[in-house]
Ligand binder design. Structure first.
Ligand code: ADP
Length: 260
């Protein structure tokens, strides 16, 4: 446990450091991109300077993507959690996710009735986007991603056998792919910030560290099942929303649970 705590503290301080650096970097990048774009506009396409300016702008845009990921990882944004129907929220995201993974990869959506959860919808967006991008990259050309929801309860017996879990009712969101999978050593590293097996321009190693941070922030937890050559499943458990609720909210929750 002490080791785990140490690990969490380490990740948090890396996050703070990275967030601070990313913030200053972003300001400087805006200057670089701003002037790069001016040179682009002021030079003709056959001017050698035009090509140089294009390189500056392209590199600037790539850096901006990385700083955006760093800021997301450091959780510098203010969050606005809401009582959410997972199924409804995911349904609204499916079109964006399909575009993200491309035409050759199938996306299957299997919703079941699920407890309401209390989370910022943009955080849910970040979770699914990161998991689907990873699934896409693990698949490569042709394959299948399955997104599922269901409801589970963890009793004391389950929790005594699964360290880190807490008893209660949870909404379960799983994302599975039939991509290359991972060996046990890789699995043990994936939530560490900056761990990546992807080439430099493709991965920052911040996706799953961000997902992990969001899930912890929302009192949930995440499990990974992976087999080299078989594929990977991420299971995310978010606690059922149980705050003191008004009658209106209660009705809303019942409606979510029993399908409107
Ligand atoms: P990045 O995608 O930038 O590499 P992540 O933190 O999202 O960073 O992922 C870290 C690493 O975990 C990836 O580089 C990859 O090796 C591994 N990984 C994550 N998701 C999957 C998956 N669905 N299948 C196989 N490997 C995965």
């Amino acid at each position: 446990l002490e080791n785990q705590l140490h690990q969490i503290q380490k990740i948090e301080s890396i996050g703070q450091l990275a967030g601070g650096v990313a913030h200053d970097f972003n300001n400087m990048l805006n200057v670089i991109l701003g002037y790069g774009n001016i040179i682009l506009e002021k030079t003709r396409a056959d001017d050698p300077l035009h090509e140089c300016a294009q390189e500056i702008v392209d590199a600037g845009n790539r850096s901006a993507t990385i700083t955006r990921q760093l800021l997301a990882f450091a959780r510098k944004q203010t969050i606005a959690p809401k009582v959410l129907d997972l199924n409804e929220t995911i349904e609204k995201m499916l079109r964006m996710l399909r575009r993200l993974i491309g035409e050759n990869i199938q996306l299957n959506w299997h919703p079941s009735s699920v407890w309401p959860v209390f989370i910022d919808p943009s955080q849910l967006d970040q979770i699914l986007t990161n998991l689907c991008v990873n699934a896409r990259d693990a698949i490569g050309d042709v394959g299948k991603i399955i997104i599922e929801t269901e409801t589970t309860t963890f009793d004391e017996i389950y929790c005594s056998q699964h360290p880190g879990s807490i008893p209660g009712e949870f909404a379960l969101l799983s994302v599975s792919d039939n991509g290359i999978g991972m060996d046990a050593h890789t699995v043990s590293k994936i939530f560490e910030p900056f761990f990546t097996t992807k080439e430099l321009s493709k991965g920052t190693g911040l996706g799953l560290a961000t997902v992990y941070g969001i899930i912890k922030q929302n009192n949930g937890f995440i499990n990974v099942y992976s087999e080299p050559g078989q594929g990977t499943t991420f299971k995310i458990y978010l606690p059922r929303h149980t705050k003191q609720i008004t009658t209106g909210q209660k009705k809303e929750e019942d409606a979510i649970m029993h399908g409107r």
